[in-house]
Design a protein around this ligand. Structure first.
Ligand code: ADP
Length: 428
């Protein structure tokens, strides 16, 4: 490896150095012949300095207004321009690509059906699409740089922005519109707001709820009348009618149960949040569910009641009757889907962050693909078995609705043939 390579000397500089060495040699030869070495050396250096200054000037001019035509020169300066030109081309290409991407991004966000606003951590609006302009009455140009909470003035929004807890979306009313909005922080302290007008969806939901509730109420009366008549007919001792009448009566009872559970669900849905101010004694609540389950079971299973450390003062917040109904539904299911003489446990424990309570059984279990759908209305793993056991397919939907209203979570774990655990988690 040569010495020049050790210092990473380029071919251009090597040429420049060779040229200088040659010039120096000429100066020394002519200088010694004419006895004017010093003068010739000074002239030589002067010419070189002027040449360098000339090239520096060319470079500054080119840098001020770069173009694809680089100045014509040679030696190391030729190399400098060659490298600069390639750098310039690469940058131009990258800039063009970036501009294209930005244009495409702007086009796609403009076409988005959602309102989109970009704002900084001080709340200053930096960009918004036409849908956002329409939804929040924002003016292009005029409102850029304005604080977002000065332009969207609903108190719920102001609170949401000031709390900076953007994990869950915000739903609020603006004039006649219902708006669902979420905020996502991203790079450089910027925040992306995306919102949609859900007025129509909310209206349809209300209509669906009202329809179910009204239909259920309307059906209740004729069914009560029919059940009265069937009961009367069953009292008449007529062997050939007894069996069909019993079957009709069982179906009427089933219909009554479905209707009352549908009405219950509609009532729960009508007010999405439960009054969580009452502090409830969980031990007392579960004890009531346990006593009721013992009566329903009539000694067919071993029902256990297990509260961590037998803590009679374990507390949760919520509505007593609703929570009683949720745990009762879980107990009824355990009794329904568990073979006789096996163990069913009603449990509760605290973990420092919240309270877990629920029911564990050693029953038939549920295959994993059904678990995510169990809380859907009328979803049943085995419809025949559910009907035969007096199920309606609404029990777990009611449990989920009640827990949602309490800000609680619902966890289901199950193994086919081993049993299931239904756990309700109430965060502190
Ligand atoms: P159902 O009235 O049919 O019991 P649910 O909504 O309460 O309706 O439950 C939905 C389905 O989940 C049931 O049909 C049943 O298949 C299954 N399931 C619920 N609880 C249990 C359990 N403890 N063990 C096994 N399967 C269960």
């Amino acid at each position: 490896m040569s010495v020049l390579n050790v210092f990473n000397i380029t071919a251009g500089l090597r040429r420049e150095l060779s040229f200088l060495a040659f010039a120096l040699l000429l100066v020394l030869v002519f200088g010694s012949l004419t006895d004017s070495t010093l003068v010739l050396l000074c002239i030589n250096l002067g010419v070189y300095v002027l040449w360098t200054l000339y090239n520096l000037n060319l470079l500054v001019c080119w840098l001020t207004r770069p173009s694809k035509n680089t100045p014509e020169t040679w030696g190391i300066w030729g190399d400098v321009y060659y490298q600069l030109y390639h750098l310039y081309r690469r940058q131009r290409k990258a800039r063009r690509k970036l501009a294209k991407m930005l244009k495409r991004f702007q086009q796609s966000t403009q076409a988005l059906p959602y309102a989109t606003i970009v704002f900084n951590k001080m709340g200053g609006i930096e960009w918004f699409n036409p849908v956002a302009g329409k939804l929040f009455s924002l003016q292009q140009g005029q409102d850029i740089g304005q604080r977002i909470d000065n332009l969207i003035r609903q108190p719920e929004f102001t609170r949401y922005i000031s709390m900076r807890e953007f994990e869950s979306p915000l739903e609020f009313q603006k004039n006649q519109q219902r708006i669902l909005l979420s905020i996502t922080p991203y790079g450089g302290g910027k925040l992306l707001l995306s919102a949609q007008n859900i007025t129509q969806r909310v209206k349809l939901d209300e209509m669906r709820r009202d329809f179910i509730s009204n239909a259920s109420h309307e059906l209740r009366t004729p069914i009560t009348v029919m059940s009265g008549y069937i009961e009367m007919l069953r009292d008449i001792d007529n062997a050939s009618f007894n069996q069909p009448l019993d079957k009709i009566y069982a179906q009427i009872l089933r219909m009554e149960k479905i209707i009352s559970e549908l009405i219950e669900l509609a009532k729960l849905e009508a007010s999405p949040l439960a009054d969580k101010s009452p502090v409830l004694n969980l031990y007392k609540l579960l004890d009531e569910v346990y006593t009721e389950a013992l009566g329903l079971d009539q000694g067919k299973h071993i029902i256990e009641f297990s509260i961590e450390n037998d803590d009679k003062n374990m507390m949760i917040q919520g509505e007593y009757n609703e929570l009683c109904m949720a745990f009762s539904n879980l107990m009824t299911n355990a009794i329904r889907y568990t073979p006789e003489n096996s163990v069913i446990t009603l449990f509760a424990y605290a973990d420092g962050l919240g309270v877990s309570a629920g029911v564990k059984d050693q029953g038939i279990g549920i295959s994993y693909e059904h678990i995510p759908r169990l809380t859907e209305r009328f979803y049943r793993v085995d419809e025949g078995r559910s009907n035969e056991k007096g199920g309606t397919g609404l029990g777990l939907a009611i449990v989920k609705q009640i827990l949602d209203r309490h800000g609680a979570s619902f966890f289901i774990e199950s193994t086919v043939g081993e049993g299931s655990e239904f756990r309700c988690y109430f965060p502190d």
